[in-house]
Design a protein around this ligand. Sequence first.
Ligand SMILES: Nc1ncnc2c1ncn2[C@@H]1O[C@H](COP(=O)(O)OP(=O)(O)OP(=O)(O)O)[C@@H](O)[C@H]1O
Ligand SMILES: N[C@@H](CCO)C(=O)O
Length: 309
Amino acid sequence: MKKTIRAFAPATVANVSCGFDILGFAIDELGDQVEVSLSETPGLKVIKIEGDGGRLPYEADKNTCTVAIQAMLDHLGYTKGMDISLYKGLPLGSGMGSSAASAAAALVAANALLGYPFDKKQLVNFAIEAERIACGAAHADNVAPSLLGGFVLIRDYEPLDVIKLPVPSGLYCTLLHPHLELNTSDSRSVLRKQISLKDSTIQSGNIAGLIAGLFQEDFNLISRSLKDVIAEPTRALLIPGFYELREAIQTIGALGSGISGSGPTIFTLSPSQAIAKKVGSAGKEVFKKIGLDVDVYISEVNDRGAYVI
Ligand SMILES: Nc1ncnc2c1ncn2[C@@H]1O[C@H](COP(=O)(O)OP(=O)(O)OP(=O)(O)O)[C@@H](O)[C@H]1O
Ligand SMILES: N[C@@H](CCO)C(=O)O
């Protein structure tokens, strides 16, 4: 019988406000599944895609599943073939790391099929090649947390230096996904190419504060640090309801909110599940007023990452 391995990889929140391209965390339950089996025919072949409304490419050099696996096989010098089936659980262009979850699940399944030549941290090197074809930039702040789980810092890209951070207990995330699509490549194109020394100082202080807050389980420090002066000022203009939501949740007790990845999903961190739920209800009202449907997800930070099912 043909050996088949299926893996799951979770949705992720990239940037986490002050960590543009260098910080992300994983979400529970929501994600993509990928099944990989060895084939007699050489080359990688996407044989099935479900849950994408017929929108994703079957070409091996365009689908993030196959691009990621190919990067791994090239590294190994492996020339045999594999068949890949993708079961999409994540909406495209959502800001929840859809292209990344496919790549991470594909890599975890293929790596298991080959007898685990790599650990999950090493797989990040291959997964970023998939992000390069999905949005034109080999950013790792979705693929690294999707693979490893928890909060993950990308200290450097050349070479990749990926560091797993602690997850404070009791921390909850609310994701509000308004029914809009934003391609990461488009939301990267609106970014300023240069930032001032002042903004660089503010952003560095906040990312350092956020990381210290995670280590110290200091919710107040996390809250003070959830600020983004680099991407948010231009990207928020692409997301109706962004500032209205922030205002609506001001007195609820949440730690802070920001754009999840490149949007349009908005994430909020809260110090309890009860507050995270209140944020969800307030968010529904905000989007109802502006006439947009919204999906609400409430989750702890997923510390496990991608796994074989
Ligand atoms: N397996 C895949 N899953 C999702 N998108 C894919 C996949 N393979 C290729 N793509 C392409 O990647 C693009 C979607 O990537 P994009 O980065 O815009 O969305 P996203 O991953 O949901 O965004 P974000 O990273 O902000 O969460 C689409 O053009 C899509 O065709
Ligand atoms: N760091 C990336 C994440 C995309 O999800 C960006 O902000 O463009």
